[in-house]
Design a protein around this ligand. Structure first.
Ligand SMILES: *Cc1c(COP(=O)(O)O)cnc(C)c1O
Length: 389
């Protein structure tokens, strides 16, 4: 079993992807070719945002957004400590200070009720992360931002395709940033990312920053970066976009299978009302994680931990806040475990994962599992368990 099965995904779209790649090799416009423009207009339409700017990675999307907003040394940006490092890294790269606010235990997203106490005269922006594929509490966050004149950047690297009150992630705030890293729900075969906004001036600034701050050829109006996404990667995303909605449905089915078997038995990061998740990760909360992970591994089930150390406890980031600023993030970092997930994970595999997990956590198996299947898998799990020290 694969944690995320990228090979099966390629097989399913092989012809489309190969054709798209061949077309780029034939026209030879490797940088800023027609596929870049096609992808940007397709993604803008998909999210409903007025502008989409493709960039070289999700990390670069965050950096370019902050640059366009004029974030500078001395500024503060409120964010979550429970994310991939790139979220806070982008803030620090601009010389600004990340101000960490704790998360909500149910969703692992930024807890909006804790934000306002951290707003100071130096605060310039709030950067929530739509973690594991589920949009953060954007209405509450936008309302706080509006009261204090702040920008909101949604780090939507894991949530492209998710919805919030019917609106698409990436189009929920001043700026939305996503990533096409291969293992994300919509991935390319290298690095890539995109920025979304409906603000014309910000869009123009971000387009210029992406190409070294160039407003016309060899006229550099502002400081920029080399941040383009190459044509081949855009072509691959265009091909994968064709099956994307179907893939999201398959992901939701796997999540539903897990939900049915685990609900009431194991704490899960749940999708709350008025939003959908694209399940970049399906994550559960367990005590004694090392042992559970070991037993799953012994049964041939790969798992991952997102994330074992919250950002405010990372050596390079520890001086930005007090070590005990975010107790929920700290606790979750010790207990979360992500299960295999993807559009090509079979229902049987999902069953096996859930049953093995329950057994490893010492929880009675649900009755709705057919008895033959249960007996077989129980003995497998028991054999696994007895093989452990
Ligand atoms: C993956 C990810 C990023 C960075 O994206 P890259 O394309 O790898 O640079 C940023 N934030 C979050 C929450 C991510 O999951």
């Amino acid at each position: 079993m694969e944690f995320i099965d990228l090979k099966a995904q390629y097989e399913a779209s092989r012809e489309l992807i190969n054709q798209r790649i061949q077309a780029v090799l034939d026209h030879g416009q490797y940088i800023m070719g027609p596929e870049v423009v096609e992808l940007e207009s397709g993604l803008a339409q998909y999210t409903g945002a007025r502008h989409c700017i493709t960039v070289s990675s999700g990390t670069e999307a965050l950096v370019i957004s902050l640059m366009a907003l004029g974030i500078k040394p001395g500024d503060e940006v409120i964010t979550t400590p429970f994310s991939f490092i790139a979220t806070a890294e982008a803030i620090v790269l601009l010389g600004a200070t990340p101000v960490f606010v704790d998360i909500d235990r149910t969703t692992c997203n930024l807890a909006p009720s804790l934000i306002e106490a951290k707003v100071t005269p130096r605060t310039r922006a709030i950067m929530p992360v739509s973690l594991f594929g589920q949009p953060a509490d954007m209405d509450e966050i936008n309302a706080i931002a509006q009261r204090h004149g702040l920008a909101v950047i949604e780090d939507a690297a894991q949530s492209f395709g998710a919805t919030y009150h019917g609106k698409k992630s990436c189009n929920l705030s001043t700026i939305g940033c996503t990533s096409f890293f291969p293992s994300k729900p919509l991935g390319c075969y290298g690095d890539g990312g995109a920025i979304f906004t409906s603000d014309d001036n910000l869009a123009q600034a971000m387009r210029e920053i992406r190409v070294h701050g160039q407003s016309r050829r060899y006229v550099h109006t502002r400081i920029g970066v080399g941040g383009r996404m190459d044509t081949l990667q855009c072509a691959i995303v265009l091909a994968k976009l064709e099956r994307f909605e179907w893939e999201l449905m398959q992901r939701a089915k796997v999540a539903e299978r897990y939900d049915v078997l685990l609900s009431g038995r194991i704490e899960r990061i749940s999708c709350i009302s008025a939003r959908t998740s694209v399940y970049a990760q399906y994550t559960v909360v367990v005590e004694n994680r090392a042992r559970v992970q070991e037993q799953l591994h012994a049964a041939g089930i790969p798992t991952a931990v997102h994330y074992p150390v919250p950002i405010h406890r990372q050596p390079a980031y520890a001086h930005f806040s007090s070590a005990d600023c975010c107790p929920v993030a700290l606790e979750m970092a010790d207990k979360v475990i992500s299960l295999p997930m993807g559009p090509y994970l079979s229902a049987e595999s999902a069953n096996t994962v859930a049953i093995t997990l329950l057994s490893a956590a010492g929880i009675a198996l649900p009755e709705e599992i057919t008895t033959t299947e249960t007996a077989e898998q129980q003995s497998m799990a028991a054999a696994t368990a007895s093989a452990l020290p």
